[in-house]
Design a binder for this molecule. Sequence first.
Ligand code: PXL
Length: 277
Amino acid sequence: MSQKRVVAIHDISCFGKCSLTVALPILSACGHECAVIPTAVLSTHTGGFTGYTFRDLTEDILPIAEHWKKEGITADAFYTGYLGSPEQASLVAKAVSLIRTKDSLIVTDPAMADDGKLYPGFEQDFPGAMLELCQQADIIVPNITEACLMTGLPYSEPPYDKPMIEMLLHRLYELTKADVVLTGVAFDHDHLGAAVLKNGHISYILKDRLPGLYHGTGDVFGSGLVGALLAGYTLPQSTSLAADLVCDSISATLSENPDRRYGVNFESVLKAFLEKL
Ligand code: PXL
């Protein structure tokens, strides 16, 4: 199988292990080429740090894609994540349209919210912009909060019941026509995982819940998912492999780093992930 090229479109948070500093190492370790369109450079992510710098790269998004287009550079897949504004979401959609082929796989994580709240700095217009970006995707990877914001269904705390999860999955499919990997699914206090809707079929991938909530696990999950998909695994199989990568990363972090803002030690468990691929 020839090497796959994925374009990761996220910010660079210089410290805090999320977005591109997670996508690049994980996708490269999987053996895929990972080209990037950085959308902003922040000194840290916005989840718990204050006073972070933010260098906006909105003006570079389209010129990068236009240059690649001229050079004939294209990609097998696109993986988009955290974006800084509604304007960036629409420019990313344009950039992807410019360089995609009809066979490119587009995976969109509408990373914008968690625990019932939008991330700092985002306004109420952001979910609509992310929904439009999701409409271009083949696979979307929202958490429960993001799913509620994009569908307009009310957010509630876990545990959930199947009718609520399946309603979210079907509403998201109706709105985007994309396959859905819904994360943060929990039916009891001891298990946590994802629900996958593909071709009208729902699968649940639930793992033992670990103590500790760490920043950046959504990006470890998304990167593992894209890595496994490009290695030829099905969507439910890739979801399970990515969920294991997150669980192993959290286990490796629990004893050594209690500060959730610093992210997880995915580096120490990548070898085991790759052995399964
Ligand atoms: O992991 C999502 C993410 C990525 N990038 C930045 C963030 C966040 C979540 O808060 O703040 C800058």
